[in-house]
Design a protein around this ligand. Structure first.
Ligand SMILES: [Zn+2]
Length: 203
């Protein structure tokens, strides 16, 4: 990421995150070194489905390479003000064929914003579909594959749903959009060229 700051998606419970950070359990993504507490990212206003929230992400700094890492809670996406759930609702509505203006009023956001989300997801839909399918297959051995839908956009959503469901059963129960953020390192609708390094499914 710009400024040499890495991003790490963490769980929603700030006390758990703090405890893991203080205990030295979080690893630096670039080098695997131990992250130590290192202040907070700038405060910002995040928009959730139920209203706004003032939020400051915790930050860690690597003992080895000294890079700082922002610990972004999984209900958010990288460099987006709107929560993963809000963006997800828009993506699902699009998957069912809703128009941009219908989606904009559904999620209470400007049409320009919604268009931006949909274009970003669409641009990476095939890669996202493959990525979520690999997660789903790794976590649910009974799965045969993902049934192809009419579009790459719909395929990616279908695979995302299967991957989130499999992860909630095999790992820990979480909302689907929190899994979507975890599985893309916050980059579900990122268009930045650096953000193609999505985490592989476990083991
Ligand atoms: Zn490091």
């Amino acid at each position: 990421m710009p400024g040499g700051t890495a991003l790490f998606i963490v769980g929603s419970d700030a006390r758990d995150v703090e405890a893991s950070l203080v205990a030295g359990e979080l690893a630096c993504l670039p080098c695997g070194g131990q992250l130590r507490p290192w202040g907070y990212a700038r405060e910002r206003t995040a928009r959730l489905a139920e209203g706004t929230e003032r939020h400051r992400s915790r930050r860690g700094r690597c003992r080895s390479c000294r890079k700082t890492t922002v610990l972004l809670p999984e209900r958010f996406l990288a460099r987006r003000v709107d929560s993963a759930e809000v963006v997800g609702e828009a993506l699902l509505a699009r998957g069912k064929g809703a128009s941009q203006s219908v989606i904009a009023s559904l999620v209470g956001r400007p049409r320009e914003t919604v268009r931006n989300w949909l274009q970003a997801f669409s641009a990476r839909a095939e890669a996202l579909g493959r990525h979520f399918t690999s997660w789903a297959l790794a976590l649910d051995p009974t799965l045969d594959g993902v049934v192809a839908r009419a579009t790459a956009f719909a395929d990616a959503l279908e695979a995302l749903g299967l991957a989130a469901q499999a992860a909630s059963l095999a790992l820990v129960p979480k909302p689907a959009w929190s899994w979507a953020s975890q599985m893309t390192r916050g980059g579900l609708i990122s268009t930045a060229s650096y953000n193609t390094n999505w985490p592989a499914p476990p083991g």
